[in-house]
Design a protein around this ligand. Structure first.
Ligand code: BTN
Length: 248
């Protein structure tokens, strides 16, 4: 596996603004990023493996040393747009830009990325207060290859040829830093365009995996909440995730 280098990861970025840690092994890049003090605008951490990788809703994130991306970016952000949806959108765009529009990863609400109906990327966003300011820790896991997997987990696999890890990391960082500095004007329309279940029947599932509603997904509102057309009217779902028949 190609080792990550600072030069290639940060190509074209303003390095004076960035603290970068390229680690071999760590408990969780999110935990490391949270704890590390930095005077720079962005703290970026990657690792080849995580011994206690964390997923959403307190789940484990399987993190073997098999060439996957485990990355966290810590920065301050006061944009009112929903960061978790924006990050998924930026990653999908980065995949298109690196591969020359050949990937077409779909977004599944709130922030999973899918290729051929399987999850290849998960995002965990945490926040903390530092000297009175809110800083966000954006954790990104992208699976290139998994020695063992659940039926619904996908991997980049052979697509790595058109989606080299270092180029994808660099492109994601460009996207995130550009967003944090300039915002993203039409993020909602861009997100819906890349969503893989617009107009599809799905189940909204709460954080403890209980079904809340079944309905047709009608898109999102300005806060990134799900608009679901149910037999008893249009419902707005603010948390949890969705479950789609034949997908997950
Ligand atoms: C999910 O459950 O879908 C979110 C998975 C997030 C995994 C990434 S890997 C890098 C960062 N460090 C962690 O411990 N988790 C996130």
């Amino acid at each position: 596996m190609h080792k990550l280098t600072q030069k290639r990861v940060l190509k074209g970025l303003n390095q004076e603004n960035i603290d970068l840690y390229l680690l071999d092994s760590v408990n969780s890049t999110n935990t490391f990023a949270k704890e590390k003090l930095s005077k720079k605008d962005y703290l970026i951490v990657t690792a080849e493996q995580q011994t206690a990788g964390r997923g959403r809703q307190g789940k484990e994130w399987y993190s073997p040393d098999s060439g996957n991306i485990y990355m966290s970016i810590k920065f301050e952000n006061d944009d009112p747009a929903p960061l978790s949806l924006i990050i998924g959108l930026l990653i999908s765009e980065a995949m298109d830009s690196v591969s020359g529009l050949k990937i077409n990863a779909g977004l599944k609400w709130p922030n999973d990325l899918l290729i051929s109906n399987k999850k290849i990327c998960g995002i965990l966003i945490e926040s903390q207060i530092d000297a009175g300011n809110i800083e966000f820790i954006v954790g990104i896991g992208i699976n290139y290859s998994l020695p063992k997997k659940e039926a619904w987990w996908g991997e980049i696999g052979n697509l790595a040829e058109i989606l080299p890890r270092e180029k994808l990391i660099n492109s994601i960082l460009r996207g995130v830093i550009n967003y944090s500095e300039n915002g993203y004007k039409n993020w909602k329309a861009a997100w819906e365009k890349r969503c893989m279940h617009l107009g599809v029947e799905l189940k909204a599932v709460s954080n403890n995996q209980e079904e809340i509603e079944t309905g047709i997904f009608k898109g999102i509102n300005e806060e990134g909440k799900m608009l679901l057309q149910t037999p008893s009217g249009l419902k707005i779902i603010s948390s949890g995730e969705c479950s789609i028949k034949g997908v997950y």
